[in-house]
Design a protein around this ligand. Structure first.
Ligand SMILES: Cc1ncc(COP(=O)(O)O)c(C=O)c1O
Length: 384
């Protein structure tokens, strides 16, 4: 269903794995004029974020705090490394794991890569062995939902391994997981979790959010030469004081506050997923994502297509599907003609896989429209 704002805002419904579809009411809120970033109104907007970000990051109480900052997710990938120390072990199973390792190298860190075959999840025994034989490491980086391959890695087994290495901070990229999948920083002992807002939070890009442990903050305070813009201490303490270190993207902060409140109120939930406000509404949002994942994979199986990830690594926000007999460029262009845009495979997986980002404020009903359109395109190409 197309939003009507009185002007043509969309050429196609976005099902790429981010940025994704943004609801009309959110788009409208973005058209409000800016306010002073040191004003009482701005303080109030920043204050509105925290209780809902706590739900997004699965925080109840304890030694964690949340923050928002004006950058894309990569800014916080860099900030996390600036605060973490010198020896970094990077789990790399796809493009974004590799990006984190590249940033670490570019920052002059001593980086070791634990390569994971594309489509697989990291082997926790191998991880334990690497930490033991090649450590000590100051931090471990893990992309929980590797958007390039559609692999979801459960952080819990990693957290269990890290229990034996208490000085190794756990840094987690939850960019395409947040607001689509439960992420409990406390249960998973994650010291720094970061995300953008243009995936399952369903907003335009421009702000990044994080959940940060006290252990991370203590470590970061010990680091010298932290720079300014990406200094994690300035970011987190500035947020806590409601005084961002630099001019924030005010319009997006406002939209983020509205979107988080709507998610906590369950505003966007389909009627059969209706839930009480608060944590149950977030859980229901995760359940909608799981339902869309299940339906997408059923649809794929109906066409003889298989997911790229191993069964233990299926993501509930991004389905990366092996192309098999499907000509990916034709599928993408045929869908575009019908008003939907999906993603090709990433990098070397281009034309060998395609990706459907069933995330954010998409509904199972909208997904049916996409899959029906995909059926039409596949039938048309088969008979051509
Ligand atoms: C898992 C993951 N991490 C990090 C990023 C980087 O985000 P950005 O390019 O918005 O900084 C992305 C972008 O798609 C991503 O999917």
């Amino acid at each position: 269903m197309r939003p009507s704002l009185g002007f043509d805002i969309l050429s196609a419904m976005l099902w790429i794995p981010g940025p994704t579809y943004v609801r009309p009411s959110i788009l409208e809120s973005l058209t409000q004029p800016p306010i002073g970033h040191r004003s009482a109104e701005m303080v109030e907007i920043i204050e509105r974020l925290d209780p809902h970000l706590a739900l997004a990051f699965g925080l109840e109480d304890g030694d964690w705090q949340v923050a928002a900052t004006t950058s894309s997710a990569t800014g916080l990938m860099e900030a996390s490394l600036i605060g973490a120390g010198e020896r970094i072990l990077c789990v790399v199973g796809g493009a974004f794991g590799k990006r984190w390792a590249t940033i670490a190298k570019d920052l002059g860190k001593d980086v070791q890569i634990l390569q994971v075959p594309a489509g697989e999840v990291v082997n926790d025994m191998l991880l334990a062995e690497t930490l033991d034989m090649d450590g000590p490491f100051d931090a471990l980086t893990l992309v929980v939902n590797e958007t390039s391959t559609g692999v979801y890695t459960d952080p819990f087994p990693i957290a269990r391994v890290l229990q034996a290495f208490p000085d190794t901070l756990f840094l987690a990229d939850v960019v395409s997981a947040i607001a689509g999948t439960a992420i409990s920083l406390e249960r998973n002992c994650i010291d720094f979790a970061l995300a953008g807002i243009n995936k399952a939070l369903a907003l335009p890009p421009g702000i990044a959010v994080c959940g940060v442990s006290e252990a991370f903050m203590d470590r970061a305070r010990e680091q010298s030469n932290r720079g300014f813009y990406l200094d994690p201490i300035r970011i987190v303490e500035g947020h806590a004081k409601r005084k961002t270190p630099t001019t924030p993207c005010i319009t997006l902060y406002r939209a983020l506050a509205e979107q988080l409140e709507d998610i906590s109120a369950g505003v966007q939930l389909p009627s059969d997923f209706a839930a009480e406000p608060g944590a149950p509404a977030w859980q229901a949002r995760f359940d909608v994502h799981t339902a869309m994942q299940t339906r997408t994979l059923e649809w794929a199986a109906g066409h003889g297509l298989e997911p790229f990830p191993v069964p233990a690594g299926l993501s509930s926000t991004v389905s990366c599907i092996r192309a098999g007999h499907v000509d990916v460029p034709s599928l993408i262009s045929g869908l575009k003609e019908r008003g939907h845009e999906i993603g090709n495979g990433y990098g070397e997986l281009k034309n060998q896989t395609f990706r459907i980002g069933h995330m954010g404020d998409h509904t199972p009903e909208q997904l049916e429209e996409l899959l029906t359109a995909a059926d039409e395109v596949l039938a048309a190409t088969a008979s051509a």
